[in-house]
Design a protein around this ligand. Structure first.
Ligand code: GLU
Length: 409
């Protein structure tokens, strides 16, 4: 099943519980605008390279559209559209005044030189500059992009529109970025994991955790749960996984990745594969890398009691059903990883007010926003006896639907 079919499936599940009319369903599923552009450029060696870029603008009923830009070889129109719709529900679940969008270029960024990466980014902005902007659609980092890419985006956008820091979030601190944005998604994953465990009379202290993916999201999540006393027994990246029954030394792993750019060669008790990590006997499993990693083929083998979707769409609907039948609690992506876009919102607010918050304020507001949304989702799930994912979709779809009707169609 493709990521687009998965996204539609989860939407349908919630729409059925809500008894949403077919016409409303169609309206909420239909993207407002799909942009596909050619990004052509000269490479360092003088050869011409042509890439395909996308910006899918799913819904703006609650405000300007918001969502990341992904540079990855698997980027395609359907995937970006699925991710754009997830952003619509995500921003609504945490009740920040945005709609949802997503974009990307089908490219392996590591195959480009820094110069080529910059040129490709600027060319992409040339193509998109009239459909994005602080009141229209605000990009942010995602897989394969980072603060440096956001810096090039803001600089290129400003060539057309003048000083405009709020046109993109996840910027470097020196260019009006927000202190706390980089850690926000992983930190949010950590604090929501704690909130969920609390509902079961547990805490992070002594809880065993396996984290797939040690990039921006996985590494900050690992740092947070480790600091709260959890035992992170396994981590992984594209080079494979590391296991230690006594718990991995997370600061040593972070330093190692800083120096070597990957976990390859990091000493641990046992080398495991990414696939093995998913079925370890741990309390909490956190898939924080690619989508679609838990499928009908491996979901039956999952031994964790809780799965926290730090990545976007890591569980296919088939796998979701299997996990449900095993009474494994799933904290859904549209809340679990919403810390990133929440602090993106704080960055945008600061940019628009020309007023900088300190990191403590950001952390406090982030915790407030995520905890309030979690409590609401939990109560709804308990009251209606539905999975947390369905409850989160109910909140998101409900808010977008009501905004649409109130504004008038
Ligand atoms: N790419 C992140 C996400 O999937 C962040 C989006 C944003 O900050 O706008 O939620």
């Amino acid at each position: 099943m493709s990521s687009y079919e998965s996204a539609c499936h989860y939407f349908e599940n919630a729409a059925t519980v809500m008894d949403l009319s077919p016409n409303m369903k169609k309206l909420l599923l239909t993207p407002e605008r799909e942009v596909k552009v050619q990004v052509a450029m000269k490479m360092d060696n003088g050869e011409i390279a042509t890439f395909v870029g996308y910006r899918m603008q799913h819904n703006s009923a609650r405000g300007p559209m918001k969502g990341g830009l992904r540079f990855h070889p698997e980027v395609d129109a359907q995937e970006v559209l699925a991710l754009a719709s997830l952003m619509t529900w995500k921003t609504a679940v945490v009740d920040i005044p945005y709609g949802g969008a997503k974009g990307g270029i089908t490219v392996a960024p590591k195959s480009l030189s820094p110069n080529e990466l910059e040129l490709m980014t600027r060319k992409f902005v040339d193509e998109l500059q009239d459909v994005i902007g602080p009141d229209k659609d605000i990009p942010a980092p995602d897989m394969g992009t980072n603060a440096q890419v956001m810096a090039w985006i803001v600089n290129q956008f400003e060539k057309y529109h003048g000083f405009n820091p709020a046109c993109v979030t996840g910027k470097p601190l020196e260019l009006h970025g927000a202190d706390g944005r980089e850690e926000a998604t992983g930190r949010g994953v950590g604090l929501l994991t704690a909130a969920m465990l609390e509902k079961f009379g547990r805490s992070l202290k002594g809880t065993t955790v396996a984290i797939q993916g040690f990039g921006n999201v996985g590494s900050f999540a690992a740092e947070y749960v480790h600091a709260q006393g959890a035992k992170v027994v396994a981590i992984s990246d594209i080079s494979g996984g590391k296991y230690s029954a006594e718990g991995i030394d997370i600061s040593a792993a972070l330093n190692y990745v800083c120096d070597h750019r990957s976990l390859d060669g990091f000493p641990s008790e046992k080398q495991i594969s990414n696939e093995e990590l998913l079925t370890l006997d741990v309390d909490v499993l956190i898939p924080a890398a690619l989508g679609g990693v838990l499928t009908h083929e491996n979901a039956g083998e999952v031994r964790a009691r809780y799965v926290v979707e730090a990545a976007n769409g890591p569980i296919t609907p088939d796998a979701d059903r299997i996990l449900q039948s095993k009474e494994i609690v799933v904290l859904p992506d549209i809340l679990a990883n919403a810390g990133g876009v929440t602090v993106s919102y704080f960055e945008w607010v600061q940019n628009r007010q020309y007023f900088k918050w300190d990191i403590e304020r950001t952390r406090t507001e982030l915790a407030k926003t995520l905890t309030a949304s979690f409590e609401k989702m939990w109560d709804l799930a308990t009251e209606k006896r539905i999975p947390l994912r369905t409850a989160a979709y109910l909140m998101g779809i409900g808010r977008v639907g009501r905004a649409t009707v109130l504004a008038g169609i």
